[in-house]
Design a protein around this ligand. Structure first.
Ligand code: SF4
Ligand code: MG
Length: 297
C-alpha cells in the first residue's frame, strides 16, 4: 500500500512534532517540511503508515520534525536503509529526505542503484547548491564559478545534473520544485508518493546563511513551470523530450517525466504475500519455504 484508496484529509498539525527547530530563520527547508506535512495530511495517511528516512546535513534534521516513524541515517546512506525498510514492510509509505551534498555527492552511487531498481520510495532532495551544515563549502550542484569557503576563486568543477542522472539511471517519476512555492511543492510530493516506483523530487531550498547567489528571488526569476502549457509545450510521458529539457540550460519546476513500470517489490516472488514485517514467524502455517527458496533461484 504505497498510497491507499481515497481517504478523508487530515490536519497538518497531525504531522507536526514539538521538537524545536534547528534551522536558521528563513531556511528553505521550512517550506519543504510544511509541504511534506500538508501532502501527508491531504493524502489521509495515518502516522504509523509512514516512515521518513534522512541522511546527514541541515536537511537531515527533518526526520525530527515529522510525526511518523523515522530513521536519521548516515551521510549519503539514506537510500539503502529506506530500501531495506520498504522490503521489510511494503505496506509503509517510505519517504527519503536529504540534501544535494548528501544525495548527489557521497550518496551518488546509492542513488543511481535505488533509481534503477525502481523501488517504491519518494526521494525529496533539498538542493541548496552548498554544504550548509559544515558552513558553506562547494557542493556537487554548485554552479561553475561559485565562490565558497573552499572555492575562493570560484568553482572549476562542472556541477552534477541530478535530473539527467536520474533519467539516465532509468527513473520513472521526475519532478522539480521550489520551497518558496508551498502549494506547487505539496502537489508534487503528493504525486510522487502516489507514484508506484522510485520518485525523485529535486527541490530548490535556499540556504539563506551561506548561499547568497541561489536565493528565493533568484529562483523566482529563473524558474519555468514546465506543466503550465504557456511558455513551452511539454509531454511528461516522452522520455526523449524530458531528457532534452533537463539539459537545455533552463531551470524547470513541475513534473518532468513519468512512466508506468512495475516497481521492485511487485517483481520479487517472495514478497507477494503479506508484508514480511506482518508475518507471524512463530506461526509456521504462514510460511511457504519452498516458494521463498524458489524466489532466490
Ligand atoms: Fe538552512 Fe543554510 Fe541554515 Fe543550514 S545553514 S539551516 S541550509 S539556512
Ligand atoms: Mg546542500
Amino acid at each position: 500500500m504505497a498510497v491507499p484508496e481515497a481517504r478523508a484529509k487530515r490536519d497538518m498539525k497531525d504531522w507536526q512534532t514539538t521538537a524545536p527547530s534547528w534551522w536558521c530563520p528563513g531556511c528553505g527547508d521550512f517550506g519543504v517540511l510544511a509541504a511534506m506535512q500538508r501532502a501527508l495530511a491531504d493524502l489521509g495517511l495515518n502516522n504509523e503508515e509512514v516512515c521518513v528516512v534522512s541522511g546527514i546535513g541541515c536537511s537531515g534534521k527533518i526526520t525530527g520534525y515529522i510525526n511518523s516513524y523515522s530513521y536519521h541515517s548516515l551521510h549519503g546512506r539514506a537510500t539503502p536503509p529506506a530500501q531495506a525498510i520498504k522490503l521489510a514492510n511494503k505496506d509503509l509509505t517510505v519517504i527519503v529526505a536529504g540534501g544535494d551534498g548528501d544525495g548527489y555527492g557521497i550518496g551518488a552511487g546509492h542513488f543511481i542503484h535505488a533509481v534503477r531498481r525502481n523501488i517504491d520510495l519518494t526521494y525529496i532532495v533539498m538542493d541548496n547548491n552548498i554544504y550548509g551544515l559544515t558552513k558553506g563549502q562547494v557542493s556537487p550542484t554548485s554552479s561553475l564559478g561559485f565562490v565558497t569557503s573552499t572555492t575562493p576563486e570560484g568553482s572549476i568543477e562542472t556541477p552534477v545534473n541530478p535530473l539527467a542522472l536520474y533519467l539516465a539511471a532509468g527513473g520513472t517519476f521526475l519532478a522539480q520544485g521550489f520551497s518558496g512555492d508551498m502549494k506547487g511543492l505539496k502537489s508534487l510530493i503528493e504525486e510522487g508518493v502516489k507514484h508506484k516506483g522510485f520518485s525523485l523530487i529535486n527541490v530548490f531550498s535556499p540556504c539563506v546563511t551561506f548561499n547568497k547567489k541561489n536565493t528565493y528571488a533568484w529562483y523566482r526569476d529563473v524558474l519555468v513551470d514546465i506543466n503550465s502549457g504557456e511558455e513551452i509545450k511539454h509531454d511528461p510521458s516522452n522520455k526523449a523530450m524530458a531528457m532534452q529539457r533537463v539539459i537545455d540550460g533552463r531551470v524547470y519546476s513541475g513534473i518532468i517525466y513519468q512512466e508506468k513500470r512495475p516497481d521492485y517489490t511487485s517483481r520479487v516472488k517472495g514478497l507477494q504475500g503479506p508484508a514480511l514485517a506482518n508475518i507471524d514467524i512463530t506461526d509456521k502455517s504462514q510460511w511457504d519455504y519452498a516458494s521463498a527458496m524458489e524466489s532466490f533461484r
